[in-house]
Design a protein around this ligand. Structure first.
Ligand code: ZN
Length: 130
């Protein structure tokens, strides 16, 4: 049985508590729901060499792909203000799930964005673009 949206929101908020963000102080937690029902969480992991850090969304995606999941239904991202995924994460996710539901919530669980990846990344660059 797949996790409910409420379950996913709680998982994303819990993941945000594990964020390593000593530089920005901006905690991000993410959870990806795969079509097989599995969930994969991620948090942002910053680095003293700033560009080496990675976002929560891509952390979750790397975990998922490395464990054999490549199709996804829903992404939930939790931040202090319900911020949306960055452009790099949108592009990485577009590769696997252009029609992914993307829900952005605050750390209190309030939904700020409930959209789809193809709406957040119109005319995304995918395999058919090559
Ligand atoms: Zn990102």
């Amino acid at each position: 049985m797949s996790a409910s949206l409420a379950d996913l929101i709680q998982a994303a908020i819990a993941a945000s508590a594990r964020a390593y963000c000593p530089y920005s102080g901006y905690r991000v937690g993410a959870v990806l729901l795969a079509t097989d029902g599995r969930t994969f969480t991620g948090c942002n992991v910053e680095n003293a060499a700033y560009p080496a850090g990675i976002c929560a969304e891509r952390g979750a995606l790397m975990k998922a792909v490395s464990e054999g999941a490549q199709a996804f239904n829903t992404l939930v991202v939790a931040t202090q203000n319900g911020g949306s995924p960055c452009g790099v994460c949108r592009q990485m996710l577009f590769e696997f799930a252009p029609r992914l539901r993307v829900v952005c919530v605050t750390l209190a669980g309030d939904i700020v964005i409930d959209s789809t990846l193809d709406a957040l990344l119109p005319r995304g660059f995918g395999r058919e673009s090559l």
